[in-house]
Design a protein around this ligand. Structure first.
Ligand code: SF4
Length: 440
């Protein structure tokens, strides 16, 4: 039986930053080990994604097509959606190969499973959350599928979903089978973000008010062994020449010891690689920063999100303004670039919180100015996602109505502070240019 796993469009064009699709490559490895003939296709790597996927479908003629929907929209305050390309791809598969079974999954699909199954009748089955266990079991029982964790199916004209478990033991995680998709093709495609991702763990115990990670991965942290993580890095480095890696974890430096052990292992093996990942400020010490730098960290990505204490509390970040500034001071002493992500016009924004937000931006540039190591500050409005406290708040305050369709880009950005982001961006841009080019 032939299985084709397709990464549907996750970006709007090949000029944008893209990533190696570790999710489908991991799943494909499991299917290959189970004896299926497996192929992978990443539409994001093609100048003509629909022509190319059409050619692959007609050449390979799979019995089963897996469609992975990673992102529902490009984020970054954009109003465009990645749902239309997903729908069109599903319809193309169904019209070219009417006998093939279509199984949808991925992070984006997992946020709206019933909705997307209803919107795209061509999809036979969906898988919500982790699919490593469920996909092979589903494929082996396609005609009479059992009730499996995370399985979404049609029954008597209705869509039924069995809740996912998020229970994969990461100590038993088998890394993506790179022979199925050559990582070196992705080595040079981006200008900023490393395209090769490494999962060191899954799960996040925090409950930030806008975030769906705990829903998708569970709130219990499941770690891989540091040696297994570095084995994977070493293989990619030595066999495929990969030098830059992105740790895909929700938070890479929590628990601290896990990342410290990974760094020690990288140093022990004398691997000359670069890496980055999202860091939590309250677990970022001077000693850790030195270790990360020695082990090849090239960017500290911080996502405090709240620009002042009121916003941090509202977003349930469990961080203080002091945590942010202290981490910035530590990071600024290194030769590593720092990047900060903030949410703008969060619920409860006032003139006073706006002033505090502007002050935070100034402070960060003051701290990083001496060594000129502030890469950028990313300023976004909150993308409202289903099932989050922000969705509930937005409905209660009338920012969105009962009919608002969250499948398509919907941001929390009500008046009168709907243009505050532009004031912040002007300040950030001015300070950034001053930092890099000098002048007044
Ligand atoms: S924003 Fe980060 S820390 Fe907060 S819940 Fe999401 S993944 Fe966890």
């Amino acid at each position: 039986m032939r299985v084709l796993l397709i990464q549907t469009l996750s970006v709007e064009g090949i000029t944008q930053e893209r990533v190696y699709p570790i999710g489908i490559v991991t799943l494909a490895g499991g299917l290959k080990r189970a004896g299926y003939e497996v192929s992978i296709f990443d539409m994001n790597m093609e100048a003509d994604p629909y022509g190319a996927v059409r050619a692959r479908l007609t050449d390979f003629r799979p019995d089963i097509v897996g469609l992975s929907l990673r992102n529902i929209d490009p984020l970054g305050n954009k109003t465009s959606s990645l749902i239309p390309p997903f729908l069109v791809t599903a319809k193309m598969v169904a019209s070219l190969l009417p006998e093939a079974r279509i199984i949808a999954g991925g992070t984006g699909f997992s946020l709206f499973p019933e909705r997307l199954m209803a919107e795209v009748p061509e999809i036979h089955y969906g898988i919500v959350g982790e699919a490593e266990d469920t996909l092979p079991l589903l494929i082996s029982s396609l005609d009479r599928p059992r009730s499996l964790p995370g399985l979404c199916l049609r029954s008597n004209g209705r869509i039924q979903l069995t809740p996912p478990l998020q229970k994969l033991d990461m100590a038993c995680y088998l890394p993506p089978d790179r022979a199925l998709l050559d990582p070196s093709l992705y080595a040079e495609i981006n200008s900023y973000v490393p395209a090769i991702g490494i999962e060191t763990k899954r799960g996040c115990p925090f409950h930030c008010a806008y975030c769906v990670y705990p829903k998708l991965q569970g709130s219990h942290i499941r770690c891989r062994s540091p040696r297994a993580v570095v084995d994977e890095i070493e293989q990619l480095h030595k066999e495929y020449g990969i030098e830059r890696f992105h740790f895909t974890d929700p938070i890479v430096n929590f628990p601290e010891n896990h990342l410290n052990d990974i760094c020690d292992e990288i140093l022990k093996r004398h691997l000359r690689i670069k890496w980055d990942g999202f860091m939590r400020e309250d677990h970022f010490s001077h000693e850790n920063a030195i270790l990360y730098e020695r082990a090849g960290c090239e960017c500290f990505s911080f996502s405090p999100d709240g620009l002042c204490q009121e916003s941090l509390d509202l977003l349930d970040k469990r961080l203080s303004e002091q945590d942010i500034l202290k981490a910035a001071a530590i990071a600024s002493e290194t030769d590593i670039i720092s990047v900060y992500h903030f949410m703008v016009n969060v619920p409860g924004e006032t003139e006073k919180t706006c002033d505090k937000g502007l002050h935070t931006i100034e402070k960060l540039y003051d701290i990083h100015g001496r060594k000129r190591n502030l890469g950028t500050i990313v300023l976004n409005n909150i993308r409202i996602l289903p099932g989050t406290p922000i969705e509930r708040l937005a409905r209660e305050t009338g920012v969105i109505g009962p009919e608002t369709d969250l499948l398509y880009p919907t941001y929390h950005n009500p008046k009168p502070f709907d243009s505050f982001r532009y004031r912040l961006e002007a300040l950030h841009l001015r300070r950034n240019i001053l930092m890099w080019h000098g002048g007044k």
